[in-house]
Design a protein around this ligand. Structure first.
Ligand code: SF4
Length: 186
C-alpha cells in the first residue's frame, strides 16, 4: 500500500526531479504538460528540476526520479534525492525496471568496455580509468532495488497527460489511478 500523501498546509508544495541513467524523455514529458505548468506553479514551486538550475535538491514534498542506476554516481544521487523527498515517485520504464539501459544486463560489463574501446578508431585499446569517472555498476538496476519508492508511473515515457493526472491525484490526496488510456502503450 503506497504511503498516503498529504499536501502541506500554509505553504506551497515543493516538487523536485532528478535524472539517473535515462534519456531525459520522461522529463520532456513533464515539460509537455505545457501551459498546465502555470496552474501547477500556482500551488507548487520547483526545486531541482528542468525548470530551475538547482544542482542539489533541498527538501521536497514530491520527488520525481527518472532513469536506471547505471553507475556509482547514479546511486549517490538517488540516495541523496530519497533523503530529501517525502514522497518519491519512480517515473518511466528505466526507473521502474531498468528500461533500455538494462539491455546491457545480459553482457559482462568488462566485455562491453573492452568491445567499445578496443574498436575506437585510430587509437590503442584503452578503457578510460580517470578517477573522476563514475564506476559502472555490474548491471543496470531499477531504483526500488536501492531505495524505497512510494509510487510508480509506467511508460517510456509516460505521456504528459498521464503525469498530469497522476500529479493531480497525488496533490489532491487521492490514491493515484491511471485508466486504460494512460496504460496503453502501443
Ligand atoms: S523511460 Fe523511456 S523516456 Fe524515460 S528515460 Fe527511460 S528511455 Fe527515456
Amino acid at each position: 500500500m503506497p504511503k498516503a500523501f498529504h499536501a502541506p498546509v500554509g505553504r506551497k508544495l515543493k516538487i523536485a526531479t532528478a535524472s539517473l541513467g535515462g534519456c531525459f524523455g520522461c522529463h520532456m514529458s513533464l515539460l509537455d504538460i505545457d501551459e498546465r505548468l502555470l496552474q501547477l506553479a500556482e500551488i507548487a514551486e520547483f526545486d531541482r528540476s528542468p525548470l530551475t538550475d538547482i544542482k542539489h535538491c533541498g527538501f521536497a514534498d514530491i520527488g520525481l526520479i527518472e532513469g536506471a542506476l547505471c553507475n556509482a554516481e547514479n546511486v549517490h544521487v538517488l540516495r541523496e534525492f530519497r533523503s530529501h523527498c517525502t514522497v518519491l515517485v519512480a517515473v518511466g520504464a528505466c526507473a521502474i525496471n531498468g528500461g533500455l539501459p538494462a539491455l546491457r544486463n545480459r553482457y559482462d560489463v568488462g566485455d562491453i568496455l573492452e568491445q567499445v574501446f578496443s574498436e575506437k578508431p585510430g587509437g590503442p585499446a584503452c578503457v578510460p580509468n580517470d578517477p573522476e569517472l563514475p564506476l559502472l555498476l555490474d548491471r543496470c538496476y531499477p531504483v526500488n532495488e536501492v531505495v524505497r519508492i512510494d509510487y510508480f508511473i509506467p511508460g517510456c515515457p509516460p505521456s504528459a497527460d498521464t503525469l498530469w493526472e497522476y500529479l493531480n491525484d497525488l496533490i489532491a490526496g487521492r490514491r493515484p489511478h491511471l485508466d486504460y488510456a494512460h496504460l496503453h502503450f502501443d
